[in-house]
Design a protein around this ligand. Structure first.
Ligand SMILES: [Zn+2]
Length: 70
């Protein structure tokens, strides 16, 4: 249990809510073949590429809709 909690603490926004692995990547952080896959699967327009992230393991899309203090 501690292992999991530590992982969440240090890598919260990289951990996929679906598969639980810290494999969530922003568009800029992806490799070329990962971008290619996301592009083919989701066809994200530019604004979506900038604000959304994808888990490179299970391809869960993570939107930037978390409440934040502006
Ligand atoms: Zn995942």
């Amino acid at each position: 249990m501690n292992y999991f909690q530590d992982r969440i603490k240090c890598d919260a926004d990289k951990v996929c809510s679906k598969c639980g692995e810290p494999r969530v990547r922003a568009w800029d952080e992806m490799k070329d073949d990962e971008r290619e896959f996301v592009h083919r699967m989701f066809r994200p327009e530019e604004a979506r590429r900038r604000t959304h992230k994808w888990c490179v393991l299970c391809w869960e899309e993570v939107g930037d809709d978390a409440p934040r203090l502006a």
